[in-house]
Design a protein around this ligand. Structure first.
Ligand code: F3S
Length: 427
């Protein structure tokens, strides 16, 4: 791999042992991928904390937070002192919400570890956004900006909707990028790799957030790691619709990039979306495909009695909290059911101020931050059947927690929370 003078100096130890190890890791990683060079980045989103149990244990056994960073972000069993990050870096979601620890079944000991980890990462200069949706809370890269982001739902959003450029990074490459401001130049950093491969013609209207989730779920399964180009849209989808679409497509497949002709920034025309080449595959999304996606999303569910409703995957926007409040205001969550809604911390602060948190709490529900049920493995005690308005959560939660999970609209989920029963179905 060809390195610049400054990159060579970093590799040779000019900036200390951690940066040397980070550069060595990026070179090995880039060479394995066939990258000919690195590219500068000033926007990294990653998880580097230690709130998951095996990381907490590792830190205890090997000498604390520098040991965790060395091993899991720099691939180094030798513990090196970690300097402050070189570039703009944000922390993704965590393993728990420290303000609702008891409710999530976490002890104060675990909260202490969380606080210690957060003090360490903010001390390195990593901003505690603590969400899978950094683009909702101020980290909004621009078109063409080279980034190094983890989290599949965020990766697809910034590539497709914002026109930024990132591959789905891992903890190691993103940690190394924080210390060096570099990432291998391959995959979606390169213009030619961003063109569409599969044409998806919409034969039906895709209206609601749930509809967009189902479309994404079907497309992900159909195209796997390719790049779909969607045509036939009859309206301009909102941020939550595109967020749910991307999260679903990245769950059933490995989609990291898509185009919607006339909408997304790299698809002003069909020709531009495909880079002047014909599509490799042509597909059509109609009623039968929508039904299939719905059945797949609900494959684990059979019992109508609902113990738990989870909203906020990916983390809810303020608009979605407002919508949920409109459905919830004046109602009460059923005695045998829990309702937890997840959002980024900074949006929760606005929800507190706008009175939404009070509406949620008055109904007997909870507005939580930092984590989610699938990622943090946090559920109310004894849950056997859940309901969600996110196809991504419906995809992962049953597999991770061994429970049943219904997927439906936000309104169906709130109805289930209030009545304790699932009455949803495909409209
Ligand atoms: Fe976010 Fe958890 Fe969903 S981290 S994208 S809410 S699985």
């Amino acid at each position: 791999m060809k390195l610049t003078e400054s990159e060579e100096a970093m590799r040779d130890g000019r900036d200390g042992p951690a940066v040397r190890k980070a550069m060595d890791l990026l070179v090995r990683y880039g060479e394995a991928l066939g990258a000919e060079r690195l590219v500068e980045t000033n926007n990294v989103c990653a998880t580097v904390g230690s709130t998951l149990p095996f990381l907490r244990d590792y830190g205890d056994r090997h000498g604390g937070m520098d040991a965790i960073f060395s091993e899991f972000s720099l691939d180094s069993s030798e513990v090196v002192p970690i300097p402050k990050v070189k570039v703009y870096s944000s922390h993704l979601q965590q393993g728990l919400d420290p303000d609702h620890a008891e409710l999530q079944g976490m002890s104060q000991e675990v909260v202490k570890v969380y606080r210690k980890s957060e003090a360490y990462t903010t001390g390195l200069g990593i901003q505690p956004l603590n969400t899978c949706t950094p683009y909702q809370v101020g980290n909004v890269p621009v078109k063409g900006e080279h980034c190094a982001w983890m989290e599949s739902s965020a990766v697809i959003y910034i590539n497709a909707v914002l026109g930024a450029r990132t591959n789905a990074e891992g903890r190691e490459s993103a940690g190394a990028a924080m210390l060096t401001g570099r990432i291998p130049y391959w995959g979606l950093h390169i213009e030619e790799n961003r063109f569409g491969t599969h044409s998806i013609e919409l034969g039906i209207e895709v209206k609601t957030i749930a509809d967009w989730g189902l479309l994404g779920y079907w497309i992900g399964e159909a195209v796997q790691e390719n790049i779909p180009v969607i045509t036939g849209l009859s309206h301009t989808p909102s941020l939550p619709k595109l967020k749910h679409f991307g999260a679903a497509a990245a769950s059933s497949g490995g989609v990291e990039m898509y185009h919607v002709v006339g909408l997304t920034p790299e698809a002003p025309t069909l020709e531009a979306a495909f880079g002047g080449k014909p599509p490799r595959v042509k597909l059509r999304y109609g009623e039968a495909e929508r039904r299939k996606a719905y059945e797949n999303a609900n494959v684990t569910a059979s019992d109508a009695q609902i113990d738990y409703v989870m909203l906020g995957c990916p983390h809810y926007s303020l608009e979605q909290i407002w919508e949920a409040c409109q459905l919830l205001e004046g109602r009460k969550v059923h005695a045998n059911t829990s309702l937890w809604i997840f959002t980024p911390r900074s949006i929760k602060a606005l929800a507190d101020q706008a009175g939404y948190t009070k509406i949620i709490e008055d109904a007997g529900a909870h507005l939580m931050t930092d984590t989610c049920s699938a990622l943090g493995r946090v559920l109310p005690k004894g849950v056997k059947v859940a309901a969600v308005d996110s196809v991504k959560q419906a995809h992962y939660l049953p597999a991770i927690m061994g429970i049943q999970c219904w997927f439906g609209t936000t309104a169906e989920c709130i109805e289930a929370a209030a009545t304790g029963r699932w009455t949803g179905g495909l409209a």
